[in-house]
Each structure stands twice: as C-alpha cells, then as structure tokens.
Design a protein around this ligand. Structure first.
Ligand SMILES: [Mg+2]
Length: 139
C-alpha cells in the first residue's frame, strides 16, 4: 500500500545534508564522486571557511567534511564557528598527515573525526560511517 510505505519508520530514515569544504576542486569532486552512503545528500560545497559559514547560514548541513589548510579562513576557525551555530553538527576533518597536530586541534574545537589525505573511496566511506554510527544515524 502506497500510504503505508510513505509512513516514517526504521527503513525510511531521513536524508542527512552534507557540506563539502576544501580549497581543492579536485578533492571536493573526489569526495562527491566517491560518496557511497545513501542517507547523505550533498547540499553545498565550499572552497574556504568563509564560504562554508555563508552556505551554512543559508542552509545548515547535518554533516560536514572539512579541510584544514585553506585561504581566507582555515578549517580550525571554521569548525569553531559551525559548532557554535549548530552544536550537533558532525564534522569529519579530511587533511594531509602533515596537518595532524592541527587536526587534533580541530577535534578539540568540536570536530568528530579525522581522515588523512590521500584517501581511498573505501576509507572515505568507513570514516563517514564511523562518524554517523557515533551519532546513532547508521546501524
Ligand atoms: Mg587545503
């Protein structure tokens, strides 16, 4: 029955909004292309922290992938702003290994996970699943 299938239930979890933030167009496209998680829907991409905040004000994402090294505003400062605007936002820092100390700082500011560049599609999926599992969004 059409009506029954339209009812919200455990099998029809709502889509989570994803924003991708990285100053590299190649990385942004890679994340978008390799995204294998059905409940995530890309609603915005940003190439620096300022753009990310602007997009987030217009439509707050539930999940964010966040680069660290970017012009205008870096990922550390951006994480701090996003968490202030929406304390339950889930942020996965995706950054080069050389940025690891900085990434740890981002975690202290309220980011929820960390993935090293370069990464495979499988590593991206696993990192996002872990992020969502930690928040109780994936079984
Ligand atoms: Mg960068």
């Amino acid at each position: 029955m059409a009506l029954a299938s339209a009812q919200p239930g455990p099998l029809t979890k709502r889509k989570l909004k994803l924003m991708i933030c990285d100053d590299s167009n190649i990385i942004r496209r890679k994340i978008e292309r390799e995204l294998r998680i059905d409940c995530l829907q890309v609603i915005a991409t940003a190439s620096n922290g300022k753009q990310a905040i602007e997009a987030f004000r217009k439509e707050p994402a539930d999940v964010v992938t966040m680069d660290i090294t970017m012009p205008e505003m870096d990922g550390i400062e951006c994480v701090e702003h996003l968490v202030k605007m929406k304390p339950d936002v889930l942020i996965l820092v995706i950054s080069a290994l050389s940025d690891k100390a900085t990434a740890i700082e981002a975690l202290k500011k309220g980011a929820n996970g960390f993935l090293c560049k370069p990464f495979t599609d499988r590593q991206l999926t696993e990192a996002l699943e872990e992020l969502l599992r930690g928040a109780g969004n994936v079984d």
